[in-house]
Design a protein around this ligand. Sequence first.
Ligand SMILES: [Zn+2]
Length: 306
Amino acid sequence: MKKLFPVFTLALIQFLCSCQNQESSEKEMPTVVATTSILGDAVSVLLEGVDSVQTLALMGPGVDPHLYKPSQGDITQLSNANLIVYNGLRLEGKMQGVLEKLKNKPVFAAGKALNEGDLINATEFGGAYDPHIWFDPLLWKQVIKGLSEKLKKQFPQYLAQIEKNEQTYQQKLDILHRNTILLLDNIQEDQRILVTAHDAFKYFGRVYQIQVEGLQGISTTAEYGIKDVGLLADLIAENSIKAIFVESSVPKRSIEAVLNACESRGAQVVLGGELYSDALGGPDSNADTYLKMFQHNVETITTALQ
Ligand SMILES: [Zn+2]
């Protein structure tokens, strides 16, 4: 019996150790933490089929990144991340301080993957550039390329898989761009004015030749006044714009104020639907990936303005 004790103890120690190992390996699974759902989608696409790296997006569907304040849990997730993916053009305005502190960790800033000459100036936005770069698929292709390079460097064991994913996705982005041009061709020249709650669509407007007017500025933190509502309503009335749009991540009351002002001017304008601007939709929205979100927006805009 005495001999059994050490054997039993050894087995117990081995058992405890194996439990501990299993637990720590789960905890230590490499993680890429993205700030927004749109960036999280980009990471997921490139890491498709790579089961041993997990992707996490801090902001869920409908969350406004301009106003989002990181929780203690978010800060822990960011601190433990193997790679942090963020916009880099002050999109996550309230996370600036936290991101600044983590700059010595491996990070990928989407905006830094682009040439400054391709960015839209936004002097009213703290002298920075317009951060809504995802609304030009040609720019987004460059972001995907840069992100792919970063992921391959960070996880070289999955280089071939990431490369394959990138190639497939770049082709899908090309198709999206071509289809968008064709769809938007249905809108007559005088109706190519997109009115939304905030200025998220300037890159979209630039690449597809659509005039873009937002009630709020580049960031939703900017206040709008009765004067802004009136000026926008004048523009809508003067141009006989058929429809204006709400955004999923911005309260609807701002665009409703514009609609009311239009009504008092006798303008025949309707709500054209909901666009996804700074966040993807939820799992049942049919806008839960970048490609689907973009397609939804283009179809909604075309249907309302053609
Ligand atoms: Zn925005």
